[in-house]
Structure formats: structure tokens, C-alpha cells
Design a protein around this ligand. Structure first.
Ligand SMILES: Nc1ncnc2c1ncn2[C@@H]1O[C@H](COP(=O)(O)OP(=O)(O)OP(=O)(O)O)[C@@H](O)[C@H]1O
Length: 966
């Protein structure tokens, strides 16, 4: 049997490794003392205390043994691959013979001839090209077409690095995806701390810029109103010139001076010398426009930040570098402690952002700023030619486009001069179809209900025409589609709608020039020829559009006689009968697609799915938000009617709005006198009945009607309710369908905070529910702003967990602590926190992190006036050993920055209700007791008001809802 070893394992450090692996290879399970742990996992015995975890899978028809993990000292509960916290009783697990052990499935991406394999979201082996790059030391530039494994390879490379690291890319979606891939299957690494940041977040981590980043759409809307628009015509082209040529280069100023700009060589600008003065005039107006509209240009901001960036990373990765400009790259590389410790990846055939990117620009940047790439002298560029994403047919057309580009414009640069190989076993399908009502009707009928087919047009303004024919909500312009992939793509009049431009793209190209299997390096003939710069968008857009199709391409054109169709030899694919399979996706799949698109910022399409496919409606009930609640409770107390007070009580109970609960108790409001358990049970039964069932059916009915994140009358989302009641299957289903776990309730809680709040007081809940709920619901990071900088707290950090715990304790514990009469427990102390967290299971907080000394070190490290170089400026120490979240801290809610103490509400703090020892003593009348309790509560409220004013610096509102003395 073949044995492959996970690349993270170091066999030399594992006792008896060779001996045991040899036995496994010979299928001698008895010698290796193999036992079966789960359906897919086995263990072999290394020595008295250590075990080796492995799985069996089939690859290319052979059974392969995949060695996964070294279990030291019987510590199965620490295993990465067994479910967390697994308790295995060695005496009870069954011995198994090799013949009885069957492979758990097929692994199509595994090459059994390789000795090592890698694990990201799936198990795969690298090909020789990839392996060679994996072995290189930085700096490395990885060039490869879409789907060549650049991201996968780079992430695996990062795992070998030690220290502080950065992964950065323009698209927030790609970054999020990369982070999830990195930590897939419980990967952890104590030797590194990684920031996964979009470029905008990277800027924010230096200093949060004012306003919002200008988009091409803002520019276009402004451009068409300018008199110069008539002469310069194309907004995209002008924007590209400004972004790529005027503000993009590295220099001493934020942009090129007029003189320098007019002096540029012909290859350095998209515009002719005659047009350049007009472009520069417009650029000057553009800066005024930015200032007046509170927008910023990230290039100009990057220039401003060059002096402010501090070296803070030991290693960094820039993924999709073709999307960013030189000054942006320069700024990123300036954050390295040692020059040259980087990997850049990219593909210049995928440039559809206006930024005038070329590999030559990057090379000249390294040449001019020699310090950037370190002492390394040799070639740092490596190319990946194999495509793992698209079928052979799709790849063939993509290659023809590359050949056409080469034949027409010459080599863009030496680096991008290559064709792509497909390894897909399936051939895939390509049909060139005419634009007739019958064909379009049929195509639409077969594809409109499927989440796996999207329609692509070249420009955003062509989407309306496409929507006349196609009913799917998945209609995108090419720029929108960048970074997406679908099983099948319908290209709609991409060429016919820009017939003139594409005619230029094919001008003077001899089809015979495309009959080649390699691209030879050749520059364009005429240096003054700007056609590449001008027409690059069209040819790249076509390339990007086509490579979005994983399997099939349906290409609809009104004019099949266009020269481009001819040059690409598409006629052989011409058909009049649509052969797309008809496919209906379920509502669930559509819901997931809507959420996926939402996350990628494709709000238009996501909304269209919700409106037309899911037919979601606004909730028919009124939702009680903060303002409504304040008004409702005032009115209820004024009326004193039970019917009005009950919803106020329930709301206060759910949000632990202590002043209101106290007041209701003092007023003798019956439900408020019940023990909390009873009141909660009644309320849950009344309002959250649907969440009591394991089967999510009832909850999903509302979700289908009103959307996955609709608000219940208490202004909670369904997943918040599931978290609060501890219903794991429902929470899981909602998350799988795309529920957003970052949304907040009236008092600032996200779904996971509800679960944590309960887990911190209820031992059984903590043990049975919290590990899974935390895993499922805790968002990957919390964005905070301290001292004007973004600090992204990754879920792996203790700071993240601590901030969450402080949030979960905010109302129930912190308020009463501050309010206590003797004041010895104000604020969070390491001692109090260490006591509180003992209840949390190992999976949520490992024992080493529960220690008082450790908690204390994290608190003081992040104290706002502290001097640690790793200070994240989270906490303020207002008395010796007493901490609170810093009142100047802001957190990101949706896209807005909100002060922490507006998200969490100190005005909802109140003292615990005084115990009934007065009553028990039997010495006092009922009226006396009430008076004493009232006084006690009043004192607490006053203390809280003073704390809010003195420590938090907040205005106090006179406790309008606090209890008044009778
Ligand atoms: N050696 C390999 N064997 C099998 N699958 C692979 C291999 N390398 C990469 N893949 C898979 O191919 C797909 C594309 O890889 P990846 O997303 O890393 O490509 P990319 O070059 O970054 O693409 P893009 O430029 O479109 O972002 C992924 O699903 C990845 O897991």
C-alpha cells in the first residue's frame, strides 16, 4: 500500500516512525497495532505513549495510507483531526485487520506517486512546478493563470514561516476566503501571528482615512459632467491614467507634477501627448472633487502614509498583485522588517481594474528601490502553467485568446508569455449560439433556475439588455465577475456589443499565427502604438469572462461573422440547438448563493435573488429597536398596565436591562418576582417555540418568507435566537444557509455573545453546547479602531476571546460589579476573569489561557498607556489591577465605526436587585423593606452614573428609567 505523509509532519521527530510506516506499507496492521477510531481515522502504535493517526483513501484506483498526525502522550483530546476534545479509551477501540479496513473515499487531487501531501480545504498533492516553488526562499514572484494554484501554494508556503505575517490582496472576499482556507481543518500554528487584510484594511491599519474610497462608478458619474469629457471620452481610460500613471508611481509627491507627466515617454501613458494637458487639468479638478465629496484615492493616501508605515512583519504575501499599483505595493513592502521576505502572486492577463499594471513596472520598482527586494540577486519570478480549475475546452479557448493577444500586440512582457495546460479529466462543453428568440428562450428556460449558471456582459450598462432575455438574477459585468466562478457561463454579446473595439483587437492578425503551441517573446513593432493600452481592457475582459466557466461555455453573439469569432475559430462550435442541461436549484441553494454574493459585495444580484427567486418580504410585525423600546417602556410605566408592562419586562429580561428589571421588581410586577429560570422558560416558550425543536423546519418557514437574517419582534436575527436557546442543529442550518453571525442586537450582542453569556453562568450549557456554538458562530475577526488605526483581532488571539468575554459579561457582571457598595470589584480584574472563565471548556478556552497570570499579562500588554510593542490598545486601567475596554475604542459594525460604549450600553447597567434578607429578618414592614431596597438600588445607580461620567467620560441622562424613591 502507498504511504503518503502530511507535509507538516517531521518524521525525524517522531519515535519509530520508519518502522511503523513500513509496517503500514506492507499492510501488516498487527505489527503496527492498528485500531479504528472513527469512520475515517485509524491509529497505529509508535511506542508506549505515542500514536500515529492516519486515514485510508483511494487515489487513481489505488488504496493510499495518509499519515496525518503524531499524537503524543495519549493526548487524543488535543488532536487536530479528531473532533475537538475527543476522549478515546484505548482499551475499548477495536483492533482492525488491513483487509477489513476500507478506503473512506476517492481523492481525485492526490497523486499516489508523491511522498507528501498537503491539506487546505481539501487534500491534494502539488505538481513538480508547484513543489519547486514551494521549496524556494523568498523573495518569490509567482505568476500563473486563473486556477493555477497560486493562492493554495502561497498559503502552504506561509505555514512554514515564523513570526509576524501579512496576507494582503485588493478584494476583501479573496482575503476572507484565504483566511478560511488557511485555518481549514483546525490548522493552528503558535509560531506565527498573521494579519489577513484587504488593501483597504491595510491602509486603515496605518491610519483610518477619512471618508470613503472613490470607486470607478463615482468617477464615471463625475466625469460625464465635465466639459473635458467630450474630448477625452472614455471614463475608464481616464481613470486608469489617473490611477496608474499619475498617482500610481512611487515618488516624492502624492502624484506626478504636470511637467513630469507631460514629459513621460510614449510607453508610459495611455494618452497621446496632445491629450495629456487636458487629462492633467481634469486630474486637478478630480482632487477638488474628492475633497468636496469626502472621498479618498487610495494611491494618494498611500503616498501620504509612506512616512507613517512602521516595519512590523517578518514575512508577507501580496495575492493578485496585478490589482494594485506600485505605490500601494511600495507601502506594503515598507512594512517588512527585513527586505525581500515576500511572495507576490498575480496574472497580468486578468487586469480589468484601471491601474496600468505591468510586471515591468514591478521590476523597475525593485530596480529603483533596491532596498525592497533584499540582497537577492537571482531570478525571483516563477511561472505556474497548469490550470486546475477549468475544463480542457474552456482552457483551449482561453489559450487562443492569449495567442491572439500575443499576435496582435506582441508580448506584454516576458513574464506573461505563456500558455496554460488543463488537467481536468472532463472535456467540458462550448457552444456558439445565435441570438434568436428561440435559442435565447430555450437557453433561459434551461438555466434560469440554476445557481450554477451565470450570464456575463462586458459593461454594466449592458446588463439591462441581458435581463430582457435571461431571467436568472446572476447577471454580471466582467469587472463584477472577476474572482467569481460558475459551473457554466453564458457570454452575452460580449463581442457584438463592442464590435468596433474587438475589430481593432483582431486587426491584421493572421489566423495562422494562432496555430502555435508556444508563445515566443516578441515586442510590439511600433513603440508609439498605444493599442495594447487602449484595447487591453477588451481582450483581458474576454479572457476573464471565459475563465469564470469551470466546465461549460455558452457563447451568444448576434454577429457570428465578426472577425474575432473567425480568428478564434469559433465556427466549429456553432450550433442552433441548446444542449445545456436543465437544472433547478433548491431555495436553500439560492439562499446560500445570495449570502455568498452579499459577502463579495455583489449586493445588486443578491437583492435580486431575494426579491425574485426567494420572494422575500418585509416582516409583517413591528420590530422593537432601541428607540422604540425607550418610548415603549416610558409609556408602559406611565400607564402601569400589565398588558403594556409585560413586553417591556420580556425585552429587559432578554437584554438584561437591569434598571428596568429592578424597577419592575420594586413595583411588585408579578412576572419580575419569579426566579430568572422560570421567567426565561416562560418567555422562551412564548416567543421562541419554533427554536425548541431539533428540526429546523418551523424556523426555516419564516426564513424562507422574510430572509435568513430577518429581525424578530425583539430585533434579534434567527441565528441569535438559536444561539440563545442553545439549539445547535438550527444554528448550524442557518449558518450553512448563509446567516450573518456579525449582526448585532439592540445591546450590541452578536449571536455568539448570546451563547457565551449563557455559557459563562450555566455549566451544562458551557459543556454541552458552547464548544460547537462558539466554533460555528464566532466571526473570524473583530475590527477595532484604536488611536485612529484599524486593529483586526483574529479569532485565534486571546485578545479576541477576552473582548468577547468582556462583552458577554457586560450587563450581567460588569454593571453590578461597578455598582457594588464597597467598590472592591469595580472593573475587570485578572482574578475575577480567571474565576469566571473556569467554567469554559478546553475547546473554547484552553487551560493555559485560563490562568490568572496569563490573563493579567494580556490585560497589561494591551493597556492603552502601556509600552509593549505588541500593544493593541484595547483596555484602560483606571485603578490598580482594574480594567475596562478603553472608552476611546471603536468597533466596526457593518461598514461604520461606532464607539464601543455605543454598541454596548452602559446606560443599561444597573445593580443587582437587593436580596430579600430584610424580609427574612421579620423585623420590617413591607413598606420599610421596599424603601430600603429602593435606597440601595438608588445608591448603585448613582455609583454607576458617576462611573460613566468620571471613567468613561459619558454624559449621564439622570437615570430617567431608574427606580424613583416612593
Ligand atoms: N496541485 C493541485 N492539485 C489539485 N488541485 C489543485 C492543485 N493546486 C491547486 N489546486 C486547486 O485548484 C483550484 C485553484 O487554485 P487557486 O485558487 O489557488 O488558484 P489561483 O491561481 O490563486 O487562481 P485565481 O488567480 O483565479 O485566484 C483550487 O481549488 C485549488 O485547491
Amino acid at each position: 500500500m502507498r504511504v503518503l505523509v502530511y507535509n507538516e509532519l517531521i518524521p525525524e521527530q517522531i519515535p519509530n516512525f520508519d518502522k511503523v510506516v513500513h509496517a503500514l506499507g506492507e499492510r501488516d496492521f498487527a505489527r503496527a497495532d492498528v485500531r479504528k477510531l472513527t469512520d475515517t481515522l485509524y491509529r497505529a502504535r509508535l511506542n508506549k505513549s505515542d500514536r500515529l493517526l492516519f486515514s485510508l483513501y483511494r487515489a487513481r484506483g489505488e488504496t493510499c495510507c495518509l499519515i496525518l498526525e503524531h499524537i503524543r502522550n495519549h493526548a487524543y483530546e488535543k488532536s487536530r483531526f479528531l473532533s475537538r476534545g475527543a476522549e478515546i479509551d484505548e482499551d475499548k477501540i477495536p483492533v482492525i485487520e488491513a483487509d477489513a479496513a476500507t478506503p473512506a473515499g476517492d481523492l481525485p487531487l492526490l497523486d499516489p506517486d508523491k511522498p507528501r501531501f498537503n491539506i487546505l480545504d481539501k487534500i491534494l498533492t502539488f505538481d513538480d512546478e508547484q513543489e519547486a516553488i514551494h521549496g524556494l526562499s523568498p523573495p518569490v514572484i509567482i505568476i500563473g493563470s486563473a486556477g493555477s494554484g497560486k493562492t493554495a501554494l502561497t498559503l502552504e508556503k506561509m505555514k512554514q514561516m515564523v513570526g509576524d505575517m501579512l496576507y494582503v490582496s485588493l478584494s476583501p472576499y479573496l482575503v476572507r476566503n484565504a483566511r478560511d482556507l488557511y485555518y481549514a481543518r483546525n490548522y493552528t500554528n503558535d509560531d506565527q501571528e498573521i494579519d489577513f487584510l484587504s488593501f483597504q484594511e491595510f491602509l486603515e491599519s496605518i491610519r483610518v482615512p477619512e471618508g470613503r474610497e472613490v470607486t470607478p462608478r463615482d468617477f464615471q458619474a463625475w466625469f460625464v459632467r465635465q466639459p473635458a469629457a467630450r474630448r477625452l471620452r472614455d471614463a475608464h481610460k481616464v481613470f486608469e491614467e489617473i490611477r496608474g500613471v499619475i498617482t500610481g508611481p512611487v515618488g516624492d509627491e502624492g502624484w506626478l507634477s504636470r511637467e513630469d507627466y507631460l514629459d513621460l515617454g510614449v510607453k508610459q501613458s495611455i494618452f497621446s501627448e496632445e491629450d495629456r494637458p487636458a487629462v492633467y487639468d481634469l486630474f486637478e479638478k478630480y482632487r477638488v472633487f474628492l475633497r468636496d465629496s469626502n472621498l479618498y484615492d487610495s494611491n494618494i493616501v498611500s503616498h501620504e502614509y509612506v512616512g507613517a508605515v512602521v516595519p512590523r512583519y517578518d514575512f508577507l504575501v501580496v495575492d493578485e498583485v496585478q490589482d494594485i499599483t506600485n505605490i500601494q505595493l511600495y507601502l506594503i513592502l515598507k512594512s517588512l522588517r527585513t527586505a525581500g521576505e515576500f511572495i507576490l502572486t498575480g496574472d497580468s492577463n486578468q487586469i480589468v481594474h484601471p491601474n496600468f499594471f505591468s510586471w515591468a513596472h514591478i521590476k523597475s520598482l525593485f530596480f529603483e528601490a533596491r532596498g525592497l527586494s533584499g540582497a537577492h540577486d537571482g531570478e525571483i519570478v516563477r511561472i505556474l502553467r497548469t490550470n486546475y480549475r477549468n475544463t480542457a475546452t474552456v482552457t483551449e479557448v482561453a489559450n487562443r485568446i492569449l495567442k491572439l493577444k500575443h499576435a496582435r500586440f506582441g508580448s506584454v512582457d516576458r513574464e506573461s508569455n505563456y500558455l496554460v495546460r488543463s488537467v481536468a479529466r472532463e472535456p467540458g462543453r462550448l457552444q456558439l449560439l445565435p441570438q434568436t428568440p428561440e435559442v435565447l428562450g430555450d437557453l433561459d428556460d434551461r438555466t434560469r433556475r440554476s445557481t450554477r449558471v451565470a450570464v456575463l456582459v462586458l459593461h454594466p450598462d449592458q446588463k439591462d439588455e441581458a435581463r430582457r432575455w435571461f431571467n436568472t438574477p446572476l447577471v454580471f459585468s466582467v469587472q463584477e465577475a472577476k474572482g467569481l466562478e460558475y459551473d457554466s457561463i453564458i457570454l452575452f454579446n460580449v463581442v457584438s456589443d463592442e464590435a468596433k473595439a474587438f475589430r481593432e483587437v483582431t486587426r491584421d492578425v493572421d489566423p495562422a499565427a494562432l496555430e502555435t503551441d508556444t508563445l515566443t517573446y516578441a515586442r510590439a513593432r511600433d513603440k508609439r502604438d498605444k493599442s495594447l493600452e487602449v484595447y487591453k481592457f477588451y481582450i483581458n475582459a474576454l479572457f476573464v469572462a471565459i475563465t469564470r466557466a469551470v466546465r461549460n461555455l455558452y457563447w451568444v453573439e448576434s454577429d457570428h461573422g465578426h472577425p474575432l469569432i473567425d480568428v478564434l475559430q469559433m465556427a466549429r462550435f456553432s450550433e442552433v440547438t441548446v444542449s445545456a442541461e436543465r437544472e433547478d436549484s433548491s431555495l436553500e441553494q439560492w439562499q446560500r448563493e445570495a449570502s455568498r454574493l452579499e459577502m463579495q459585495g455583489k449586493t445588486e444580484q443578491a437583492q435580486d435573488i431575494r426579491d425574485r427567486v426567494l420572494q422575500q418580504k418585509p416582516v409583517p410585525w413591528s420590530v422593537v429597536d432601541r428607540a422604540t423600546f425607550d418610548a415603549q417602556s416610558e409609556a408602559a410605566f406611565a400607564s402601569g398596565a400589565r398588558k403594556q408592562l409585560l413586553p417591556v419586562f420580556e425585552h429587559a429580561l432578554l437584554h438584561w436591562y437591569r434598571p428596568i428589571l429592578n424597577r419592575l421588581t420594586l413595583d411588585g410586577f408579578k412576572p419580575a418576582l419569579d426566579p430568572e429560570d422560570k421567567a426565561v422558560t416562560l418567555m422562551h416558550r412564548k416567543h421562541f417555540e419554533a427554536y425548541a425543536f431539533k428540526n429546523p423546519g418551523t424556523v426555516l418557514r419564516d426564513v424562507e418568507r422574510y430572509g435568513i437574517d430577518h429581525r424578530t419582534p425583539f430585533n434579534l436575527t434567527p441565528v441569535m435566537v438559536a444561539a440563545r436557546v442553545g439549539n445547535i442543529p438550527v444554528a448550524k442550518t442557518l449558518i450553512e444557509r448563509g446567516a450573518d453571525p456579525t449582526l448585532t442586537a439592540n445591546h450590541g450582542f452578536t449571536a455568539v455573545d448570546f451563547a457565551l453569556e449563557r455559557g459563562l453562568t450555566d455549566e451544562r450549557f458551557a459543556r454541552q453546547k458552547l464548544p460547537e456554538l462558539f466554533d460555528l458562530l464566532a466571526p473570524p475577526s473583530i475590527d477595532v479602531q484604536a488611536r485612529g488605526r484599524l486593529i483586526k483581532l483574529d479569532r485565534h488571539l486571546m485578545e479576541y476571546v477576552l473582548l468577547r468575554i468582556m462583552g458577554a459579561l457586560f450587563y450581567r457582571r460588569l454593571g453590578p460589579w461597578i455598582a457594588t457598595r464597597y467598590g472592591h470589584n469595580e472593573g475587570f480584574t485578572a482574578k475575577a476573569l480567571a474565576e469566571v472563565v473556569t467554567i469554559l471548556p478546553e475547546e473554547v478556552l484552553p487551560d493555559r489561557r485560563k490562568k490568572r497570570t496569563y490573563i493579567s499579562s494580556i490585560l497589561s500588554k494591551n493597556e492603552v498607556d502601556g509600552t509593549s510593542p505588541y500593544n493593541r490598545f484595547l483596555f484602560r486601567r483606571f485603578r490598580h489591577g482594574h480594567y475596562i475596554v478603553d472608552p476611546d475604542l471603536k468597533i466596526r459594525v457593518g461598514t461604520a465605526w461606532v464607539p464601543y460604549y455605543q454598541v454596548f450600553r452602559p446606560e443599561a447597567w444597573g445593580p443587582d436587585h437587593p436580596p430579600d434578607y430584610y424580609a427574612r429578618s421579620g423585623l420590617y414592614s413591607e413598606a420599610d423593606i421596599k424603601a430600603m431596597q429602593t435606597r440601595e438600588i438608588d445608591r448603585g445607580m448613582q455609583k454607576l452614573a458617576a462611573f460613566r461620567a468620571d471613567v468613561l467620560g459619558l454624559e449621564t441622562d439622570g437615570n430617567s428609567l431608574g427606580p424613583r424613591s416612593p
